[in-house]
Design a binder for this molecule. Structure first.
Ligand SMILES: Cc1cc2nc3c(=O)[nH]c(=O)nc-3n(C[C@H](O)[C@H](O)[C@H](O)COP(=O)(O)OP(=O)(O)OC[C@H]3O[C@@H](n4cnc5c(N)ncnc54)[C@H](O)[C@@H]3O)c2cc1C
Length: 521
């Protein structure tokens, strides 16, 4: 997956594409995989890096959504549980099974959650991840040694999926390219073109690296820009009523001592009536999330102080040692692309199901949903888009399509297991140049070989791409990521032919970005 190849293929193309997909998050990249694997010609344009938006900022759960079960949304839960099973089948190197324990402090909780989670498990049918069980107090403590013991009666354990969102996105982008799609990062759509009949027939896009602009023909323009969907719709119809009610959610990351186990904590009802998770992730503890309505989505949303305080307070109610601001290694924020329903101002009450909307101009917007259901959302979207373009019907093949990196036993690759089938090639880089095998910072396992790999094979263009999404350094420990930046910039500079000024600008840019992931002490 080389950006120069992608550029050459874009510029060589004279005919309109079947689909131009705007947005390189889970939704857009999923559509590119689905469309290309059916044999349609697809071009995807992402204004920044793949996964820069919400798709690298999730809770990292591949789940049916226990909360939707409580809301009685059985169809949504069943669909997501099936997708959870398909995703583990197609990307076992990135999707794992995780035990979630609901600690019980009231007498009614064990029977109530015990029964609910049995139903959750039953709904998964043949896609089940493990049987739920009621735990005694001792069994709960065995699984969650740092849980608050005062008043603890026991717990309920159930099983769900966990993944690395940005790594899955990169592997999906590689899959799309292998299936014949053209994907470009740092290519912003700045306008939509229309034919004489007023129907959309393409986009105007700008290469953020060279400043070059292209007018690109498309039979259908698919708007997969998540929280930014209304901006793109309004390029074609400036008066289009808004579809999206953006809401942000934050996560705090701590070291492993807060959850030194391989089980997660699920709190079904926080004081604001939401679900909260504390999850072991890449040797750290991830806690979240919040749900705060916001006016305007941005690419680098910031946490509100009250959101940080709320997560610290809730974690402190359940953990023996309450975390403080000093313990936060990273804070990251994602924006939910929730679809407006009526006049509701309560975003937590809006649907998580996906919406496909076709404007009078013909722009097809697909949004909502969740990471877990990206494949199903992509299948529906391509069905609709092919119909809109009057293309010959071709069935989706993604249910059984292995995702790039597929490897059934990737654990054998240790810290490189998330690369799956690519891990041996990274090990080869280390063997050829032993200096590339050393961790770039003592706090994290990432090595120079992964930087070189990300540039050569994963279209990483900036220090941020490597430290935020090809590796997860920024999301795990923002200060350690900052310390790694100069070495990463030097390695990337050697690969990409950067001069000294570019190397130093990259470091400065990253350091200032990383400040936004740190919590002032
Ligand atoms: C806090 C939080 C936690 C979540 N946790 C989970 C979870 O645990 N499990 C789960 O299944 N789901 C989860 N979700 C939901 C899931 O993350 C989202 O549904 C999904 O990532 C949305 O992907 P997307 O591609 O629609 O949007 P995005 O990932 O935001 O992608 C949109 C892309 O469009 C690009 N773009 C915008 N304008 C333009 C333009 N003009 N030209 C080119 N590109 C453009 C943006 O740069 C961006 O990269 C969570 C969401 C949030 C907010």
């Amino acid at each position: 997956m080389q950006r120069s190849d992608m550029l050459a293929r874009l510029e060589a193309r004279k005919d309109p594409w079947d689909f131009v997909i705007v947005g390189g998050g889970a939704t857009g990249v999923g559509i590119a995989v689905d469309a290309a694997s059916r044999g349609y010609d697809a071009l995807l344009l992402e204004q920044h890096d793949f996964g820069k938006g919400t798709s690298s900022r999730s809770t990292k759960l591949v789940h049916g959504g226990v909360r939707y079960l409580e809301q009685g949304n059985i169809a949504l839960v069943m669909e997501a549980l099936k997708e959870r099973g398909l995703l583990r089948q197609n990307a076992p190197h990135l999707v794992g099974n995780l035990a979630f324990v609901v600690p019980n402090y009231d007498w009614w909780e064990a029977p109530f959650y015990g029964l609910g989670l049995k139903v959750y498990n039953a709904l998964a049918g043949k896609y089940g991840f493990g049987t739920s069980e009621i735990l005694s107090r001792d069994e709960t403590l065995e699984r969650l040694p740092t849980i608050k013991t005062e008043g603890l009666r026991g717990g309920v354990v159930y099983y769900d999926g966990q993944f690395d969102d940005a790594r899955l996105l990169v592997n999906l982008a590689q899959t799309a390219v292998e299936q014949g799609a053209v994907l470009l990062n740092y290519a912003e759509v700045i306008g939509i073109t229309k034919a004489e009949d007023g129907f959309v027939d393409g986009v105007v896009a700008r290469d953020q690296e060279s400043g070059r602009e292209w007018t690109i023909g498309a039979k259908v323009v698919i708007n997969a820009t998540g929280p930014f969907s209304d901006n793109v719709r309004r390029m074609a119809e400036p008066e289009a009523p808004k579809l999206i009610a953006p809401s942000q959610g934050i996560h705090l990351v701590f070291n492993q001592s807060f959850l030194p186990t391989d089980a997660a904590i699920m709190v079904p009802h926080t004081s604001d009536g939401r679900v909260m998770f504390a999850i072991p992730w890449h040797g750290h503890t991830l806690v979240g999330t919040t749900d705060t309505a916001i006016e305007t989505p941005t690419l680098e949303p910031r946490p509100f102080d009250q959101e940080i305080a709320f997560i610290l307070e809730t974690a402190g109610q359940y953990l023996h040692k309450a975390p403080t601001r000093d313990d936060v290694l990273s804070v990251f924020v994602g924006i939910r692309p929730l679809v407006k329903s009526g006049d509701s101002k309560l975003t937590a009450a809006l649907s998580r199901d996906h919406t496909i909307h076709i404007d009078a101009s013909g722009v097809l917007t697909t949004t909502g949903g969740k990471w877990t259901t990206y494949r199903n959302m992509a299948e529906h979207t391509v069905d609709q888009a092919a119909d809109l373009a009057r293309l010959a019907e071709r069935p989706s093949v993604t249910r059984t399509l292995n995702i790039h990196g597929f490897h059934p036993n990737a654990d054998r690759f240790g810290t490189l297991r998330f690369y799956g089938a690519d891990a041996p090639a990274i090990q080869d880089l280390m063997r050829a140049t032993p200096a590339l095998a050393a961790p770039l910072d003592a706090a994290l396992p990432y090595t120079g070989a992964e930087v070189v790999w990300a540039v050569r094979h994963e279209m990483a263009r900036t220090v941020e791409d490597v430290l935020a999404r090809r590796t997860r350094a920024l999301f795990l420990n923002a200060r350690a990521a900052e310390a790694m930046a100069p070495a990463v910039a030097r390695l990337m500079g050697a690969e990409l032919g950067w001069d000294a000024a570019r190397v130093s600008r990259e470091v400065d840019d990253f350091v200032s970005l990383a400040k936004g992931y740190q919590v002032s002490r």
